[in-house]
Ligand binder design. Structure first.
Ligand SMILES: Cc1cc2nc3c(=O)[nH]c(=O)nc-3n(C[C@H](O)[C@H](O)[C@H](O)COP(=O)(O)O)c2cc1C
Length: 395
């Protein structure tokens, strides 16, 4: 595909996705919350740091392979969970899982995905993780944990940073609501979008339109529509401030129910990290949900050093939010992350090019990591530490 062949970095994949997708869907990927200051903060956190190269070192043999929870991956980078992926490309969750398997990196299936965890696990047994959104009816969450264990999912990721539905202003402007309401204004806008993005529309409708929330339909009456499953999910997982809001007690319950590796996604405060370690959680994805939860939250990269200091020896520390280049991955590792994830980059890729598009993004990042490591004089990811950062940007 021409679109894919010509791109040389993640930002160009983003621009291609912007051209390909209807505007309201591109906004769905790209948008943050409130005034969207967090988006810029996430990316600029990485540019505040400079790498200090060392030369005349033999880097002819380099190894980007990285161990995580006992498995070896091709590089220290994986795919974060993104619920609505299948809106951007039919079967996107499966395509992302296949691209991740092909590249030998971890893929985290969102609890809000269009694909069932049983189907994703079959793509690459042993390399897929399941992300849990706590349901208002806790027995649903407990059953989802049981299902993930039954199929042998590797890691359970509990997302904690969206206790209420955040104010996503692009959604409000685009009148995206659940349940989706068809107004004359929307019909008019959709017609315009359809004419401008015919390939996306053709693919979407040929695939049967909106996918159901595959991990939630088991708890609804048979024959529920995709829209009904979306409403069900939102009422279970995103209703503001009621008993649905997950608590420490829930995390303790999940720890008891899930015998495998347990990761919490979304903590930014070191005290929360310590408490999670005390409960027996194995790892954290330090994350601000890619700027989609709290606009004035710190960048994950800025929150990492204090968390590292607090729980560094006790937990595996991962990070996402704002990673767009191999150099971002290298900088995060130098600052103490064990592994790095990103959400949007592979979404852009899968939108424009399916599995090959997602794989292209993974290849770009892998290539950049390899080149940066060679250029700073490092032959192995486990040697990346603060010595490769300039004095003024060390923490
Ligand atoms: C469109 C979209 C949907 C997302 N859906 C989920 C989700 O279902 N569960 C979750 O834990 N995080 C979700 N996230 C957050 C990502 O997992 C991740 O934290 C974020 O994308 C990282 O920032 P980055 O996009 O700058 O890499 C979503 C992010 C995007 C962009």
């Amino acid at each position: 595909m021409r679109r894919l062949k010509n791109v040389v970095n993640v930002d160009e994949v983003r621009l291609a996705a912007r051209r390909y997708l209807p505007g309201f869907l591109y906004d769905f990927i790209e948008g943050g919350v409130d005034g969207e200051e967090g988006l810029a903060r996430n990316e600029s956190a990485f540019s505040q740091h400079s790498l200090m190269p060392r030369y005349l070192i033999d880097v002819s043999r380099r190894n980007t392979a990285t161990k995580l929870f006992g498995r070896s991956y091709a590089m220290p980078f994986g795919i974060s969970p993104t619920g609505p992926a299948a809106l951007f490309r039919p079967d996107a969750d499966l395509l992302l899982a296949r691209a991740a398997a092909d590249a030998n990196v971890p893929f985290i299936l969102s609890g809000a995905a269009g694909a069932a965890l049983e189907d994703i696990h079959a793509v690459a047994p042993g390399r897929n993780w399941f992300q849990l959104y706590t349901a208002r009816e806790r027995q649903i969450s407990h059953d989802q944990i049981r299902r993930a264990a039954d199929v042998g999912m590797d890691v359970l990721v509990v997302t904690v940073d969206t206790p209420v539905t955040p104010k996503r202003e692009r959604h409000l402007r685009n009148r995206i609501s659940v349940p989706f309401e068809i107004t004359p204004g929307i019909v008019l806008r959709m017609t315009r979008e359809l004419l401008m993005h015919p390939t996306w529309f053709a693919r979407f409708f040929a695939s049967g339109g909106m996918p159901a929330m595959a991990n939630w339909t088991a708890y609804m009456s048979a024959g529920a529509s995709a829209a009904e499953s979306a409403t069900f999910f939102f009422n279970q997982a995103f209703v503001p401030g009621d008993v649905g809001t997950p608590s420490w007690r829930d995390l303790e319950t999940y720890r008891n129910l899930w015998k495998g590796t347990l990761v919490v996604k979304g903590f930014l405060h070191p005290d929360d990290a310590v408490r999670a370690a005390d409960i027996g959680c194995d790892g954290l994805i330090v994350s601000n949900h890619g700027g989609k939860a709290l606009d004035r939250a710190p960048a994950s990269l800025d929150a990492l050093p204090a968390i590292k200091k607090a729980v560094g020896g006790r937990m595996t520390l991962m990070l996402d939010s704002g990673v767009r280049r191999g150099s971002d991955v290298v900088i995060a590792l130098c600052l103490g992350a064990d592994f790095v994830f990103a959400g949007r980059p592979t979404l852009y890729g899968v939108a424009i090019g399916g599995q090959a598009g997602a794989k292209k993004v993974l290849d770009i990042i892998a290539h950049e990591i390899d080149l940066i490591m060679a250029t700073i004089g490092c032959d192995s990811t486990d040697r990346l530490d603060e010595h490769f950062l300039t004095e003024e940007t060390k923490r």
